[in-house]
Design a protein around this ligand. Structure first.
Ligand code: CA
Length: 223
């Protein structure tokens, strides 16, 4: 899962980057409105954290632009305290949720998890697939109750596929959602990660769709 943070307060930006990275997300960051708008317009994100008060372009305008251009990723707004009119404007502009400053980073993390789940149509913070259970809160995977140790890349890959059950996901899409913009992207590495995941999980869960990508069958459809 790949997240964009647009926040001009350098300390706060760094704090969010650290917390989200620790939680297993890939994170891109921007410090002003123009850069943030550009990244959200050109890169695929699973969620965006967007400050309202930004230099060069404000958060509400950015959001209006994205929505007008058909960008549908979930957006969490950061608003100043006691600015109820900002919250209303933000939600009207297409925000999915907001957090009021100052906030606890844990609250942002919980809201981001919920936004990503909701956009994938998943109600619970734990995703079950047969004997496998993925806990989005603790970034933990178990099979038949036994914890499977995964690297952050492996976890992200499995989590992305599980959030998009039933859909064939191309290697390009995986690369775009599993690495940040500075990563040397090589779609062959995806194959390596899939191989390692299969070995660790010992489950027939990730299907290769020849010439197209990978799929985890939707649980309802799986026999
Ligand atoms: Ca600001």
């Amino acid at each position: 899962m790949r997240i964009l943070i647009v926040e001009d307060d350098k300390d706060l930006n760094a704090q969010l980057v650290e917390a989200l990275t620790d939680a297993g997300y890939v994170v891109d960051k921007a410090y002003d409105g123009e850069e943030g708008h550009f990244l959200g317009d050109t890169e695929p994100y699973d969620a965006v954290i967007l400050d309202i008060g930004l230099p060069l372009m404000d958060g509400i305008s950015i959001l209006e632009n994205w929505r007008r251009d058909g960008r549908k990723m979930p957006v969490l707004l950061l608003t100043a305290r006691d600015r109820w009119s900002e919250k209303v404007a933000g939600i009207d502009a297409g925000a999915d949720d907001y957090v009021t400053k100052p906030f606890h980073v844990e609250e942002v993390l919980a809201r981001i998890r919920a936004l990503i789940r909701r956009s994938a149509g998943i109600a619970s913070s734990e995703i079950e697939w047969g004997a496998l259970r993925l806990d989005t809160k603790q970034s933990k995977v178990t099979v038949d109750g036994a914890v499977i140790k995964l690297t952050s890349h492996e976890f992200r890959l499995l989590s992305y596929l599980l959030h998009h059950q039933g859909k064939v996901i191309s290697r390009t899409e995986l690369v775009e959602h599993l690495y940040d913009q500075d990563f040397d992207r090589d779609s062959n590495t995806i194959e390596v990660f899939v191989g390692r995941l299969r070995k660790k999980l010992k489950l027939d869960i990730i299907e290769t769709v020849r010439g197209m990508g990978y799929r985890i069958q939707a649980m309802n459809d799986a026999a």
